[in-house]
Ligand binder design. Structure first.
Ligand code: HAM
Length: 413
């Protein structure tokens, strides 16, 4: 029954994992809101042309493309920048700029699945439209950096480059226009030997290119990026407290729409798929026949951040049930439901035995589902008008009235 299993490269998320995912998403959202970004959401499928027109061959080759019953060519979105630009043109052209938008949603790429690489994966990203050059770039990089540090990810590396200068470097070595396209994936994959032979086959000055692109380091590397304007970006980042960057002229990015500053973030725990974030300044407006708007953004590989946090032994907050109600049967059922309703109305999480278990089995179940406390309602308790409350962490049991319970708040872990 292989067909009834989930498709290759997709995942189910069990409750514990969903709690981690929701927690991480919440962190990212809070960080974005604190900086004045507002959330948008676009459809999971779009006209295929939205992506084929400007995203570049590596994305197009990995796209899920299909025809609907009217013969339209559609694609599951492989990324969210082009859809966000389309959303801007269709719904936000008149909005005050700069616009600071963020999104979180599933993307689809037909790639060979491995750890950290899936066919369905989630991106959390942001796009800034209409900001001025370096100011917008600083804001985008700072948001990405703040998202990654605020969730507790340690040891990540922020690398900054400039594809405009990279293209000029290739021109200076004798490679112009479309001839640069096959070189970009080799640069992106850091395939030095592949790049050398491709450049030599073109009769280009391979040594000059490799020398310019292999640099990596602090501000001093800016001399390999003449005219990039990145010094202003670095000044801004430093003023915001971000000093852990590296300047790398050899960042090409896997998408074709970038025009200027580009950046990537790696997390060492991830091995081959170590890139947890990528972005930069780009031009996509001409795709829609609209006026050009300065645009900069990034997307974080949400799933990869989770894998890295797990590898770092991150302690994720756990959601626990405040109360589990165990009752002795028919005679106490309605009282148990009244207590349940009162606890829930007070904003406490509470669950009740609905499997007809005996008191002792219900208590074992309460333990198994990780509840903090059990409320035991037996004939005795009903007669006395009190409740027996058992702390499931310490095993202590005491008597309390419902009013007392409603006044107390179980401590979170
Ligand atoms: P990207 O580098 O193609 O950029 O993807 C962004 C991030 O998504 C990657 O750094 C990686 O963490 C994650 N990612 C990509 N493919 C997969 C996969 N198959 N499985 C798991 N994670 C993956 C973009 O998509 C651009 N739209 C980013 C951007 C926004 N540039 C400007 N604005």
């Amino acid at each position: 029954m292989a067909e009834l299993r989930r498709p290759k490269g997709t995942r189910d998320f069990l409750p514990e994992e969903m709690e981690r995912r929701r927690w991480l998403e919440g962190r990212f959202r809070d960080v974005a809101h604190l900086r004045g970004f507002r959330e948008v959401s676009t459809p999971t499928f779009e006209h295929a042309e939205l992506f084929t027109a400007r995203s570049g061959p590596s994305i197009v080759e990995s796209m899920y493309v299909f025809r609907d019953k009217s013969g339209r060519e559609l694609a599951l979105r492989p990324e969210l920048t082009a859809p966000t630009m389309r959303l801007f043109v269709e719904g936000l052209l008149g909005a005050p700029k700069p616009l600071k938008l963020f999104y979180h949603g599933p993307c689809f790429r037909y790639e060979q699945p491995q750890k950290g690489r899936y066919r369905e994966f989630w991106q959390f990203g942001a796009e800034i439209l209409g900001a001025r050059g370096a100011a917008g770039e600083v804001e985008a990089i700072e948001l990405a950096h703040a998202c990654l540090s605020s969730c507790g990810l340690r040891g990540f590396t922020l690398r900054i480059g400039h594809v405009g200068v990279l293209r000029r470097t290739l021109e200076a070595a004798g490679v112009y226009g479309d001839a640069q396209a096959p070189l970009m994936p080799l640069i992106d994959k850091r395939d030095t030997e592949g790049l050398r032979s491709a450049l030599e086959a073109m009769g280009a000055d391979a040594r000059a290119v490799l020398d310019a692109l292999s640099a990596s380091g602090g501000r001093e590397v800016l001399e390999k990026l003449p005219g990039s304007g990145l010094d202003e970006v670095l000044d801004g980042l430093e003023a915001l407290g971000i000093r852990d960057y590296r300047v790398e002229p050899g960042i090409a990015r896997g998408l074709d729409y970038y025009t200027g500053m580009v950046f990537e973030v790696d997390a060492p725990e991830l091995g081959a798929e170590k890139q947890v974030c990528g972005g930069g300044s780009y031009a996509l407006m001409e795709l829609f026949g609209a006026e050009p708007v300065e645009s900069v953004g990034f997307a974080i590989g949400f799933d990869r951040v989770l894998v890295a946090l797990e590898a770092q032994g991150h302690s994720f907050p756990k959601k626990r049930l405040d109360y589990y109600i165990a009752h002795s049967g028919e005679g106490t059922r309605l009282e148990a439901l009244r207590v349940l309703a009162a606890l829930r109305a007070a904003g406490l999480s509470a669950d009740i035995d609905i499997a007809g278990r005996s008191l002792s089995k219900a208590l074992r179940h309460a333990d198994a589902v990780g509840a903090r406390r059990a409320v035991i309602i037996g004939e005795d308790e009903l007669r006395k008008g009190s409740l027996a409350v058992k702390d499931l962490t310490t095993g202590e049991q005491r008597e309390a009235t419902l009013e007392e319970l409603l006044r107390e708040r179980p401590k979170s872990d």
